[in-house]
Design a binder for this molecule. Structure first.
Ligand code: V0V
Ligand code: CO
Length: 145
């Protein structure tokens, strides 16, 4: 069961500059940052609020680390902006299987590693009304993600 907005992914050319925009404009601080080599991104998670299921909702700011990454490709075509949305679930495997059975393409055979040790998968944007959609199960729900 999908129980929250886990994050909204925003693609940018310059992560430090974008982090500073969100800090100066809204007062949001970086909760966590990391590089995910497999996904080809450097990212900052800005925690917006805790949620009723023990998790939290974030903005995920994404800067590409290599030219052939999905985010670099998307930025070249679209410029900066909202790249994907992510729903939180306690069971990414089960929810991905249920959604796949409804005819939506799930991009990974098995969930991969996402931010803060979470397990993630993606649904094809062409099957989701043009919205790249991610499903996330936190590594540790008590840690708030
Ligand atoms: C591509 N398309 C999108 C899109 N990316 N539509 C909406 N939102 C997006 N973000 C459209 C694109 O305009 C094309 O439509 C069509 O899909 C095919 O796109 P493409 O440019 O030819 O690119 P592909 O097919 O090589 O790759 C698209 C997919 C790829 C979605 C398959 O981006 C992917 O595997 N994404 C999942 C991984 C990812 O995005 N990782 C970065 C975030 P037209 O022009 O043909 O109509 S990592 C993350 O979130 C982490 C680590 C985390 O949360 O923890
Ligand atoms: Co994401």
């Amino acid at each position: 069961m999908l129980t929250r907005i886990d994050h909204i992914g925003i693609a940018c050319f310059d992560l430090d500059k974008t982090v500073e925009f969100y800090r100066a404009t809204y007062g949001f601080e970086v909760y966590h940052s990391e590089v995910n080599e497999e996904q080809g991104v450097r990212e900052a998670m800005l925690k917006i609020n805790d949620t009723g299921d023990g998790g939290a909702s974030y903005l995920q700011l994404l800067e590409p680390t290599r030219e052939d990454s999905t985010v670099a490709k998307w930025l070249a075509k679209n410029g900066e902006g909202v790249h994907h949305i992510a729903f939180g679930t306690a069971d990414v495997d089960g929810d991905a299987a249920d959604i796949k059975a409804k005819g939506v393409r799930v991009l990974y055979e098995e969930p991969r590693i996402g931010s803060m040790g979470s397990r993630i998968t993606f649904l094809h944007p062409k099957d989701c009304g043009g919205v790249l959609t991610e499903l996330v199960t936190s590594a540790d729900p008590q840690a708030g993600h």
